[in-house]
Design a protein around this ligand. Structure first.
Ligand code: 6PG
Length: 246
């Protein structure tokens, strides 16, 4: 069942999101000694990342990934990495060796290929009983924003990326309706195999998208394709869905 929590305003929403992410990290570290956390860009998660800095006593064992990235350099003002570095990674003094940046400046296709290799190397855990079988990268927690059109990461409504299949790990995007057009994104398969996805939204402009995300699954609303049993939705009152959804 999807966990839906609503708060009075954006600050309270961000505070709860930070607590949820910290709890997810601690659970993963306790259970497996490592926590794989993927971050999204955009404006919504900024305050959550700022509050997350002090939400953990230490950041040992936390591997930082990205849900998507624009095909720009790390210092570009459009870079999701730059936003995360300014709000969380540098203030929390996270070891650079455990930060896995999507190399946006390589472009969509090469950047996606390289990131898939990085995920295979660090986040895939083949089953001992079938060591040669395909093992998808399983992230412990993916923090997602949502667009007014219901996109998550850089998976957009009706995009061919949604049909990339169960073994797709990371994909290039060349025609994002949200600028800039060229991006790298985790696949829907990776979002769906994650132990938990955290969907954050604030403001009336996201209310329809959140309602659609909790309604019937459809490729017209990529957020609706997330696995409901492993989805936590944290919204403010303005973005909250009508009663009975979720
Ligand atoms: C990106 C984000 C994107 C974002 C949503 C919401 O690279 O743009 O990863 O998926 O999370 O578009 O963006 P806002 O939080 O700015 O509304």
């Amino acid at each position: 069942m999807t966990r839906l929590t609503t708060f009075a305003d954006a600050e309270a929403t961000a505070a709860r999101a930070a607590v949820e992410i910290a709890r997810g990290i601690e659970l993963a570290r306790d259970q497996r000694g490592v926590a794989h956390l993927a971050l999204s860009g955009g404006s919504t998660p900024k305050r959550t990342y700022e509050l997350l800095v002090d939400a953990l006593a230490d950041w040992d064992g936390v591997e930082i990934w990205f849900a998507d990235e624009r095909c720009v350099g790390p210092e570009d003002e459009e870079s999701n990495y730059r936003m995360a570095a300014e709000t969380l990674l540098r203030p929390a003094k996270i070891d650079r060796a455990r930060i896995h940046r999507m190399i946006g400046e390589l472009g969509p296709e090469e950047g996606a290929l390289r990131y898939a290799d990085e995920l295979r190397e660090h986040a895939c855990d083949p089953s001992p009983s079938a060591p040669t079988a395909y093992a998808p990268p399983v992230l412990d927690l993916i923090a997602l924003g949502i667009g007014p059109d219901g996109h998550v990461a850089s998976l957009f409504p009706g995009a061919p990326t949604l049909d990339a299949g169960e073994r797709a790990i990371c994909l290039g995007v060349t025609n994002s309706p949200k600028p800039p057009p060229e991006r790298i994104t985790l696949s829907l398969a990776v979002l769906r195999v994650a132990r938990r996805c955290l969907l954050l939204a604030t403001g009336a402009g996201k209310a329809d998208a959140i309602a659609a995300a909790l309604a019937e699954p459809t490729k017209h609303v990529p957020a609706s394709l997330l696995v409901r049993e492993r989805l936590t939705v944290i919204v403010d009152d303005a973005a909250s869905p009508p009663p009975g959804l979720g």
